[in-house]
Design a protein around this ligand. Structure first.
Ligand SMILES: [Zn+2]
Length: 251
């Protein structure tokens, strides 16, 4: 790195701005990639959960349907027995036998009424479950649509950014070559310290573009001269004037 030529401070500042802009582009790519895979896997989890909800509802529907069948069969059997009892009652021998038979008949009629009520209740439950099932199915197809969209987006970003990433990495490398080691070291250190990855910031509205701490007019004039590398006293970021910052574009 000792081979760095004698660049003027202004040239160094320009390289720093260039480097910052290129690195910010690389950060953006990372952010784009960083969130989509998570969104995709969250959606996949959610859809798996919805599928098991659907299966559970379907099993409940099967259970209720079986229950209704069972009750219907019980009613049929009850009615057959009733017919048998009615026939028996035609030739009973005494009143004691008659009463006993009557009790059996009453009991059976009551049981059938109860079975009828069970069937009505179960049918209501069935209607509720059918609604839930419909809801779950709709949600699954909506979420699957979103998932497919996100997956497509992610694949596209990966395909697109491969080229961009290589391009900006090359630019980053050449910008670094024009900056001396000491400056690069502080640049990298500051960038690592801040979540937004900004180490070089413009002065905006008389304040540091990184931490918004006010910059005195005297210091602002110094910054505009491009004769010294000036850092923010509050956050340590390298300060550049907005005009110089705006004049540099990376693509
Ligand atoms: Zn600051």
């Amino acid at each position: 790195m000792a081979a760095v030529k004698d660049y003027s401070v202004e040239e160094k500042l320009v390289s720093l701005i260039k480097l910052q802009k290129v690195d910010s582009k690389l950060d953006e790519i990372q952010i784009l990639k960083g969130e989509l895979p998570m969104e995709v896997s969250d959606l996949e989890d959610e859809i798996a959960g919805l599928h098991s909800r659907r299966t559970r509802i379907e099993e409940e529907i099967n259970g209720i349907t079986e229950f209704i069948e069972g009750r219907k069969n019980a009613i049929k059997e009850g009615e057959a027995t009733l017919k048998k009892y009615e026939k028996q009652s035609e030739n009973v021998k005494n009143s004691r036998e008659f009463e006993a038979l009557n009790k059996e008949i009453e009991m059976l009629q009551l049981e059938n009424k109860l079975a009828d009520k069970h069937i009505r209740d179960a049918n209501e439950e069935l209607a509720d479950k059918a609604k839930s099932l419909e809801g779950a199915k709709k949600l699954i197809s909506t979420k699957e649509g979103v998932l497919n969209h996100k997956k497509g987006e992610l694949e596209k970003i990966i395909a697109d950014t491969e080229k961009e990433e290589t391009h900006f990495k090359k630019l980053s490398g050449s910008a670094r070559e024009a900056i001396d080691e000491r400056l690069l070291y502080s640049y990298d250190r500051i960038r690592k310290n801040y979540r937004n990855g900004l180490a070089v910031v413009p002065v905006e509205r008389d304040a540091c573009g990184g931490c918004f701490n006010a910059i005195p007019p005297q210091r602002q004039s110094e910054i505009r001269l491009h004769k010294k590398v000036i850092v923010c006293e509050n956050c340590g970021r390298i300060l550049v004037d907005a005009d110089l910052n705006d004049s540099i574009e990376v693509k």
